[in-house]
Design a protein around this ligand. Structure first.
Ligand SMILES: [Zn+2]
Length: 264
């Protein structure tokens, strides 16, 4: 097995890329998201930012340039809503090769959607991130480490984090008005399969997050708030909330609006 190890270098610039996704017709969702990983992290992992020593960067509105779908094209860099810019993402051909083939006939969507399931081509090597880099924000209230520590705990060293889902997680946090805890971010295809994740889970593409809810009421509140964000997909309450001892919210930005409010 040949591995092409990537490297990661960091610089901090304000993103200026073009590209907000074109919204089009929704389709029926048949992928059932798997239970979230048991959150072992304390709720204190998320900060309010009031003690943030980093100069605040302007939050990029969803409609502004700089945040858009990257699935595909994947590139060697990503700029988050905070302005945090990661460059030098590297190829890991052996990892890319583990992604399911969207043309296999197993993708439960129209052929035109296959392009959104192109295997991730460039990854962040989380072993190259310093502690101070991990403390940087991807958005006002979320540190890079909050997206990194979960796959790291799961044994994944190369990950991808989509800027658009980082924006939507922050917008949901803003709407909620208090700390939110991420319980699942990126998953490698191998890890996703090991825990029984959906075959084409968006967690593998770095644009899905699961958010912990303390109880069913909080979960429904988050669900209803998220309905008004421009996320591509919200997993159904019967899959993640109803009857669950540890309910959660799954949101993702798979590249087209599957069940956003205007297409519901
Ligand atoms: Zn999920």
């Amino acid at each position: 097995m040949k591995l092409l190890w990537g490297f990661v270098s960091l610089a901090f610039v304000v993103g200026c890329e073009e590209g907000k996704k074109i919204l089009d017709q929704g389709e029926e969702e048949r992928v059932v998201e798997e239970p979230a990983q048991v959150p072992t992290e304390p709720a204190g992992g998320e900060n309010d930012g009031s003690d943030d020593a980093i100069a605040p960067a302007p939050q990029t509105p969803a409609s502004s340039p700089g945040i858009g779908p990257t699935d595909p094209p994947y590139t060697t860099e990503v700029t988050f809503p905070s302005g945090l810019h990661l460059a030098g993402l590297g190829t890991v051909s052996a990892l890319t090769a583990t992604y399911p083939d969207p043309a296999s006939g197993l993708l439960p969507f129209a052929t035109s959607r296959q392009r959104h399931y192109a295997p991730v081509e460039y990854f962040i090597d989380i072993r190259s991130l310093s502690d101070s880099q991990r403390e940087r924000r991807v958005a006002t209230n979320f540190k890079l480490n909050e997206y990194v520590r979960i796959p790291e705990r799961n044994g994944d060293h190369h990950i991808y984090i989509d800027a658009e889902i980082a924006l939507h997680a922050q917008q949901l946090r803003d709407a909620w008005g208090g700390p939110l805890v991420l319980t699942s971010t990126f998953r490698s295809p191998e890890y996703n399969a090991a825990i029984g994740g959906a075959f084409f889970s968006r967690h593998m593409y770095g644009d899905a997050v699961d958010i912990k809810a303390n109880n069913e009421t909080m979960a429904f509140d988050l669900y209803n708030l998220a309905k008004f964000l421009e996320v591509s997909f919200l997993d159904a309450p019967e899959n993640t909330i109803v009857g669950r001892n540890t309910p959660w919210l799954h949101i993702d930005d798979r590249g087209w609006p599957l069940n956003t409010p205007d297409t519901r």
